[in-house]
Design a protein around this ligand. Structure first.
Ligand code: T4K
Length: 361
């Protein structure tokens, strides 16, 4: 039997390249707390993500919690969001003392449906928190317009969207804040890691406080912040991986094209795609099995039998978690969640692996 294939695999520099990158840490003995590599990575990411302010965090989830908490919303405020996401999105809202209000998604690209947002706005609504799921950039214009009309903050979960842009505008430029994940499984990784992009200098200051105990200097603590700093080993991995990101993107693009060639136009298979004008990062390969010869679950089981581990990103909907109040009506999200499978996609695969996977399908 050939080797197992997993949904993803971290992209990594060579062992030698990483060792070379971390060598200075043995000389400086400066390992964390906003070291040189941390600061260099922040500066580099501002350009790539299209944001004047980028604040690094130890992981994407804590970055998202800080992005929400930086606005100082009143406890119990409502946040309109998608249930078609990783647990982190919904949990970050709840852990910040706010209430997720679930809105349905678009069938084409699985992002929040702006046409259904406004009906959910109440006097308690404080923010809209959409997800650029699979790196598919949301309808940022329509969502921005709704947020402006109702004086709401627009906070994007851009965990999947590193390196994407819409009509030439990098994704970190949209909304009041955007959170990125640099987890090992992401298209660009710092082992664990994350960042928040904001435009406003005072918000940046607030994010810096939240990730470092609220400490401004040795004798000044301005708020009850926690510890969510990215260390130098993570930042070094990020600086190395940045050098190879475009190569990673183009290898993945070739695999996605190979998948699309084989799967497009098949009865019962739908491929959600990013909107027109998107420069994609090819982070995931989602496929909806709707009216296919076998159900999504049967396909997943058959693939697993062949050592191919696709994942049901995202099933179940986060609105079904026992700690979320029920009653969300999101039929499109429900249907997609029951029928979607994300197929293996990473630069360690070759077109022959895609062929093998498609043969099993
Ligand atoms: N918002 C959204 C929309 C997100 O998707 C995420 C994270 C977040 C927020 C929060 O960001 P972080 O705090 O994580 O930075 C994985 C990732 O752990 C998670 O980061 C990601 N989303 C989610 C979509 O996928 P799992 O539970 O599926 O991971 P796991 O351990 O099953 O790994 C998936 C596959 O990756 C494995 O089958 C094999 C491979 N793998 C994994 C790891 C950890 C490796 O080859 N090497 C590795 O080191 O969540």
């Amino acid at each position: 039997m050939k080797g197992n294939i997993y949904v993803t695999q971290p992209s990594m520099p060579s062992y030698e390249e990483y060792c070379e990158a971390i060598r200075p840490l043995w000389e400086s003995r400066w390992l964390t707390n906003m070291g040189d590599m941390h600061n260099e990575l922040e500066t580099r990411l501002c350009g790539i993500l299209g944001s004047p302010q980028t604040v690094l965090f130890t992981n994407g989830h804590l970055a998202l919690e800080a992005a929400i908490q930086a606005f100082g919303f009143p406890r119990g405020g409502e946040v309109i969001t998608t249930p078609f996401t990783f647990a982190s999105t919904t949990n970050a809202i709840i852990r910040s003392g706010l209430v997720p209000v679930f809105c349905d998604i678009l069938a084409d690209d699985c992002t929040l449906d702006p046409g259904k947002v406004e009906a959910l706005v109440t006097e308690r609504t404080v923010a809209i928190l959409p997800v650029h799921v699979y790196g598919h950039i949301c309808d940022v214009e329509a969502l921005g317009e709704i947020a402006r009309r109702h004086s709401l903050k627009l906070i994007f979960d851009a965990a999947h969207a590193f390196g994407t842009s819409l009509n030439g505008t990098p994704v970190g430029a949209f909304g009041d804040a955007s959170m990125f994940s640099f987890h090992a499984t992401k298209v660009f990784n710092t082992i664990e890691g994350g960042a928040v992009c904001v435009r406003d200098e005072s918000l940046r200051r607030r994010l810096d406080d939240l990730k470092n105990f609220g400490i401004r200097d040795a004798e000044t603590v301005v708020c009850a912040g926690g510890n969510a700093k990215m260390n130098e080993f993570q930042a070094a991995m990020g600086l190395c991986n940045l050098r190879h990101f475009e190569q990673e993107r183009s290898r993945r693009a070739a695999l996605v094209m190979a998948y699309r060639e084989r799967l497009t136009g098949l009865d019962g298979i739908t491929l959600p795609l990013p909107r027109k004008g998107t420069e994609a990062n090819y982070s995931y390969m989602p496929v909806i099995f709707d009216g296919w010869k076998r159900s999504r679950d049967e396909v997943a089981a058959r693939l697993a039998g062949e050592g191919i581990f696709a994942r049901k990103y995202f099933h179940p909907l986060t609105s079904s978690y026992p700690f979320c109040s029920g009653g969300a009506v999101t039929p499109v999200a429900q249907h997609i969640s029951e029928n979607i499978l994300t197929l293996p996609l990473h630069s360690g695969l070759g077109v022959e692996d895609v062929e093998r996977i498609c043969e099993v399908l």
